[in-house]
Design a protein around this ligand. Structure first.
Ligand code: SAM
Length: 200
């Protein structure tokens, strides 16, 4: 059997399988780390119609936003492009770019821009700050998806601390789960946080 026949074959296809189960056309989805735009595109295809749905993306690198914009222009229709906003901003300041609507899904693909400057990686402190801002905003039944890369030192620190946060600090109406690949010690993992209700 070919890998392409599997339900999911890596951390990205697993994450996208969950996003596809969760999102409906018309939802608001947020990409908190646009990078090269693969995830922004996947989210756009799941939520945008000619008249509804919205995708908000951010990144701290102009190059990342340009790469994302280019990918979206190649793959989407003008009416879909109109429903996407990209911001050159840190996700730590994410509340400044979300309006009144509650997101159904927020996606973090942590680490650095593939093919870019590895020192411009996501950092634990800003990732946690963004999470704290987002927890009260995500709608009931919604989720936050975090792909963690422990193959580099900051990524390892980030994954360990995020798991501690999920175990000890996440409000009780949030349900954390963590998926990893037992045969690949350094492979990326997926931390998926689901919101089961309003604030207690
Ligand atoms: C692994 S890449 C994301 C991959 C991307 N989602 C894709 O589909 O191509 C991580 C991105 O996070 C960005 N980043 C790092 N710190 C950030 C922050 N504080 N806020 C927003 N983006 C950040 C980096 O610039 C980089 O582009």
């Amino acid at each position: 059997m070919a890998m392409s026949d599997l339900l999911f074959a890596n951390h990205l296809s697993f994450a996208r399988l969950l996003w596809g189960q969760l999102l409906k056309l018309g939802d608001l989805a947020i990409d908190a780390t646009c990078g090269n735009g693969h995830d922004t595109l996947a989210l756009s295809k799941l939520v945008l119609t000619p008249v509804a749905g919205k995708v908000i993306g951010c990144d701290i690198q102009q190059t990342a936003l340009e790469n994302t914009r280019e990918r979206l222009k190649e793959q989407l229709l003008p009416h879909q492009l109109k429903r996407i906003e990209l911001h050159l901003i840190s996700h730590a300041a994410i509340t400044s770019i979300i309006g009144d609507e509650s997101p159904r899904l927020v996606v973090f693909n942590l680490g650095y821009l593939p093919g870019g400057d590895k020192s411009l990686t996501t950092r634990l402190e800003t990732t946690l700050e963004a999470l704290r801002h987002l927890l009260p905003l995500v709608q009931k039944g919604g989720a936050i998806s975090l792909t963690c890369y422990r193959g580099h030192p900051e990524g390892e620190r980030e994954e360990r601390a995020l798991l501690e946060f999920a175990k000890r600090d996440l409000p009780s109406h949030w349900i954390p789960s963590h998926h990893r690949w037992p045969r690949q010690e350094r492979s990326p993992s997926l931390l998926f946080l689901q919101c089961a209700g309003g604030s207690l």
